[in-house]
Design a binder for this molecule. Structure first.
Ligand code: SF4
Length: 642
């Protein structure tokens, strides 16, 4: 049976909402397949507004991987703004996909990609608008299977009640494997109902089905153990890892947004994983090992993507792009190839120590010479040892001096506040570093028009990192520390006016911390916030700390634990952590040793270039670090359409 589009009903509402264009679909390279010609149908959601969700690479890749398959269909859906939500409720219009405006409830699977925990309330809004019961236990045979992926899914416990399942790691092969299981179950006439299909998924060992695990608590509130409650369900769920990126050259046909979005460029992921070992960085830890895309693979993706989109900028994405073993050849090859077309290149994540000015010059050759951003993360040498971010102030100043000497004028430095063992003095050093950068810039250029912007975020300890045991700094202490830094910068007569200072207050970090290291008891808090009108918590103008705290008090009443227990409390080695049964490949004992090394200010080297330090990932995956150089070059082909 064809499924009816809700567009005629939606269209009548669009003149009354802001930015209606974001809801109409039909983007270049979007796909609408015949509903009846497909037997497995996915709705994919990035639970934020279109402008943030559309450029998301994870969703874009899975959308294409699935739609390329015969008999499989995938459509996208994003969070609707509160103005449209109110009208949809009033007029009975359900959550819809932007591709064919089909109701989300009619799909077989509803997959949400969470890069941040602050999207959880948006998931509840979408489920409710879709007419899908919020809790897994209340869903019936005709409701989609609701699953989560993305980095936040490495601890899905706070949203366990709302999920049917979660998948950790790379999604490309995982969604295809799940599709086959659902297809077979449907073809057999859906035996055993939802329970059976979820059991089949769980038995693969790579799909976490929360309802098949019981959580037992100790009298003091800590977790005693997490136990499978069905035969055949594994004690630990493994992450998925795609080993050869060249076999997965997606997106091949990147989506071109209709409305304004946060990134207007095409992106090519040049490698996955990171071995630098920054202890605060969850992405670096959970995406190991390093897997590089080959230089020729990158060249082909850029060529095909530009032809398919008409974008004028290419972002070379990864966690630390300048670390690609052939980055110099990649950037030079691309800059040469697209010199006439004025295609700009950008490297969104660049480390100070992997950056050199030749690279910067190649990047800006075909585009504008805008600002440079570096992330020393910690203000003092001591705290950088604690976090294992091995960047010396001397390295930074030298790099920046060369940049100023080559015509760059704006440098942005990114830091965190609230790192383990941090003192006021460590944070005040941030101001000193900014002053030294400006002083060097003045010396090199002989001018006074040098600016340095310091941007500071609050540190949130994350699961599957050595800091998963660390106490988080309270919002009040974070704010007090940042106020001291602000005053010291403002009162500096020589440099104060040339230093830009941007920071967030400590409150959103506490909510993020609660959701990041929470367990199933936090589900009641999320539900209470949603019921009270909480939406778009990642947006400053929508976020309400007071609402979260009031709902936490209500949601956690009678449990004996509270927000401080989840955030500012230090954990011990023995404690069972809520995410221990989700296996990121990292050995827990290695993480603990690394945490002890942090406290003793001992650094570890990058295992790409030095001997393995046994974090556990490679042996578990039966692999090894994959790095070049391959020795191949990018030919200045010129096959680009003009
Ligand atoms: S197992 Fe060894 S080589 Fe592999 S990521 Fe861990 S430390 Fe590096």
């Amino acid at each position: 049976m064809p499924v009816e589009s809700v567009f005629p009903r939606l269209e009548a509402l669009l003149p009354h909402v802001q930015k209606p264009i974001q809801y109409v679909g039909g983007e270049l390279n979007s796909t609408v397949k015949d509903w009846d010609a497909c037997d497995v149908r996915w709705a994919l959601m990035y639970p934020d507004a279109y402008e943030v969700g559309l450029p998301n690479q994870g969703v874009m890749i899975l959308y294409e991987v699935l739609n390329e398959r015969e008999g499989v269909l995938a459509e996208r859906t994003y969070s609707v703004w509160p103005d449209l939500e109110a009208l949809m409720r009033e007029h009975g219009v359900p959550q819809f996909t932007v591709d064919a405006h089909r109701p989300v409830k009619d799909f077989d699977l509803f997959g949400l990609s969470f890069s941040t925990e602050l999207g959880y309330t948006n998931m509840l809004t979408a489920l409710d608008l879709a007419g899908i019961p919020l809790e897994s236990k209340d869903r019936g045979l005709d409701d989609p299977i609701v699953l989560a992926g993305g980095h936040a899914a490495f601890n899905p416990e706070p949203i366990a009640d709302f999920l049917d399942c979660a998948v950790v790691g790379d999604g490309e092969q995982a969604v295809l494997d799940m599709t086959e299981i659902v297809r077979a179950w449907k073809a057999e006439g859906r035996p055993g109902g939802r329970d059976e299909v979820l059991l089949r998924l769980a038995k693969t060992g790579g799909v976490y089905v929360p309802r098949f695990y019981d959580v037992e608590y100790l009298p003091d509130g800590r977790i005693g153990r997490v136990v499978p409650n069905r035969p055949g369900v594994p004690w630990r769920v493994s992450k998925h890892t795609v080993m050869d990126l060249d076999e997965w050259p997606y997106p091949k046909q990147p989506l071109v947004p209709l409305a304004e979005t946060v990134h207007e460029r095409m992106s090519v992921e040049i490698f996955r994983g990171c071995t630098r070992g920054c202890r605060f960085c969850q992405a670096g830890m959970i995406t190991r090992p390093v897997r590089e895309r080959s230089i020729t693979g990158i060249g082909e993706m850029v060529d095909r993507g530009l032809k398919a989109t008409g974008f004028e900028e290419v972002g070379l994405l990864s966690l630390s792009s300048a670390d690609h073993s052939e980055i110099a050849d990649v950037t030079k090859g691309l800059a040469d190839r697209y010199a006439e077309d004025k295609i700009g290149l950008s490297l969104p994540s660049t480390r100070v120590d992997a950056f050199n000015i030749d690279l910067a010059n190649e990047l800006s050759r075909n585009g504008r010479r805008s600002g440079l951003t570096f992330a020393p993360e910690g203000g003092s040498e001591r705290i950088r040892k604690v976090i294992n971010k091995m960047v010396s102030e001397e390295d930074l100043i030298n790099t920046v001096a060369t940049a100023y000497g080559n015509g760059w004028r704006q440098v942005k430095l990114y830091f965190m506040c609230g790192l383990p063992t941090e003192t006021d003095e460590d944070v005040l050093q941030i101001g000193e570093m900014a002053k030294n950068v400006i002083a060097k810039g003045r010396e090199v250029t002989g001018g006074n028009d040098i600016r340095c912007t310091v941007s500071i975020g609050g540190f949130v300890p994350k699961p599957h990192t050595p800091f998963q045991w660390a106490p988080q700094l309270s919002a009040e202490d974070t704010d007090a520390r940042l106020a001291k830094l602000r005053d010291s910068i403002r009162h500096d007569r020589k440099f104060g006016k040339n230093i830009g200072f941007r920071y967030h207050d400590g409150k959103p970090g506490i909510v993020e911390g609660l959701l990041s290291r929470g367990d199933r008891r936090i589900g009641a808090v999320i539900r209470a916030v949603y019921d009270d009108g909480g939406r778009f918590d990642g947006w400053r103008e929508h976020f309400s700390y007071d609402r979260w705290m009031a709902c936490a008090e209500k949601g956690l009443a009678g449990t004996g634990v509270d927000v401080d227990w989840y955030t500012t409390r230090e954990r011990t080695y023995e404690e069972v952590l809520p995410w221990d049964h989700l296996d990121s490949g990292l050995d827990k004992d290695w993480l603990w040793e690394d945490w002890q090394d942090a406290l003793e200010e001992v650094e570890v080297e990058d295992c790409r270039w030095t001997p393995c330090f046994d974090c556990g990932v490679c042996p578990q995956l039966g692999t090894h670090i994959q790095v070049g150089p391959t020795g191949q070059k990018l030919l200045p082909l010129s096959v680009v359409n003009k």
